[in-house]
Design a protein around this ligand. Structure first.
Ligand code: IMP
Ligand code: MG
Length: 190
């Protein structure tokens, strides 16, 4: 989808400034570091592409112990702003996780369908990860359709469509250092 295919919209509000995000990310990193104090035990952060890339990159810079990165890509079919529940794993882990502690890193938890029906958590456990936890930057609990366990949560937000800091609208805005809310312009020809 190119920018010109998108319905008329603008970023109507900045929800979290770059400074606010960075402060919270550091707190999450501190919490993770506290929970995995033994540097001899392998810890893998598994980022969900593409939205979690900026979050994971900032998170690991505040963790002062060895960490490995890995990434999965999950596609969910549906409109640009909504998950349909049809989920496919496009890219699997690069390395085995057996015996390693794993933290799944996600940009935003909305309906929960993507994480739930990719069976990511189940497959990490089936591959004998030593433990599996979930870290999300944003959580929209009012939209949840299936339960997903969250161990680390950056911010709880209302049901609004947000972009920036990795998150997109039709592949736009991922590079913004802040998180903004999309406002749709009603009654205009596209
Ligand atoms: P879920 O399957 O509904 O929980 O949605 C999870 C995925 O949908 C997230 O990882 C995002 O990629 C995307 N998503 C959900 N809400 C938003 C939003 O407000 N802005 C951008 N992407 C979103
Ligand atoms: Mg995502």
């Amino acid at each position: 989808m190119t920018a010109s295919d998108l319905p008329p919209h603008f970023i109507g509000e900045i929800l979290f400034s770059a400074e606010t995000i960075q402060r919270r990310v550091r707190e999450l990193a501190d919490a993770i570091q506290k929970d995995y104090p033994d540097p001899e035990r392998p810890l893998v952060l598994v980022g969900v592409l593409k939205g979690a890339v900026l979050f994971l990159a900032d998170l690991v810079r505040h963790i002062q112990r060895p960490v490995e990165f890995d990434f999965v890509a999950i596609s969910s079919y549906g409109a640009a702003t909504r998950t349909s529940g049809e989920v496919r794993v496009l890219k699997d882990l690069d390395a085995p996780v057996a015996g390693k502690d794993v933290v799944v890193v996600e940009d935003i938890l909305d309906t929960g369908l993507t994480l739930r029906f990719s069976y990511l958590i189940e497959s990490l456990k089936a591959r004998r990860a030593a433990s599996v936890r979930v870290c999300v930057l944003l959580d929209k609990p009012s939209r949840r359709r299936v339960e997903v366990p969250v161990d680390y949560r950056g911010f709880e937000i209302e049901d609004r469509f947000v972009v920036g800091y990795g998150m997109d609208f039709g592949e736009r805005y991922r590079n913004l250092p802040y998180i903004g809310v999309i406002t749709f312009v009603e009654g205009e020809e596209v």
